[in-house]
Design a protein. Sequence first.
Length: 144
Amino acid sequence: MSSEPNGWTVVGQETNFIAKAGESEKSGTLLGQPVTVHFTPVAYAWRYGDGSGKTTTTPGARWEASGLSNFAKTATSHAYAARGTYAVTVTVAYSARYRYAGQGWVSIAGTLGLTSDPITIQVKGVKTVLVGKTCTENPSGPGC
């Protein structure tokens, strides 16, 4: 899992989260016959560390890849209400199916949930200062 911005954000601004999950297969032998299990991610349960969360059907994507500007709202983003340090996790629900001894695929009921290691987000506050000139015009001005 990763975030944009990476590891920090600003109170009240959207923080974009992206899960690293995809389809996978595991093969082996069972009772002398070949077996393959195929896993497909079907849901993502986000826990933002501030008591809130949501479930999506998308792992998320980078703002640039989505054609969005920085701090834009996404399906996986979250805006924090207070400064602090938060541990964020995502639990990916996988559906599964198997193929045994050359037969067709058989779906397995239910899902398998795997939770990511947490990532830490530092949420900072900002102050806006109105100035009469830009920092180029007045390099010693407030905020320059």
